[in-house]
Design a protein around this ligand. Sequence first.
Ligand code: ZN
Length: 89
Amino acid sequence: MFKLRFWPFKSDDCVDCLDVKKMASSYIEQDGDISQEMIDELTLHMDDCQPCGAFVQSLRAAIEGLKDLPKEKAPERLKEELRKLVNSE
Ligand SMILES: [Zn+2]
């Protein structure tokens, strides 16, 4: 399970931009759908990949913004919308 990985190493089990998109909301919320190992790998990827860093940052801002909405039960629904958005390509 724990393999040493040297970047930038292209192989099937390395995270890439698509993984970042797919897992961005789990990554941001660290909601248990994602392992610590994967969080570390995504973080590493984003250090090297500006578009992904920017993508996750704006998604994080959107999610944080939702949390500030007063008394709305929106999060579940909006999370779903965000997932669709993220998975739409
Ligand atoms: Zn990327």
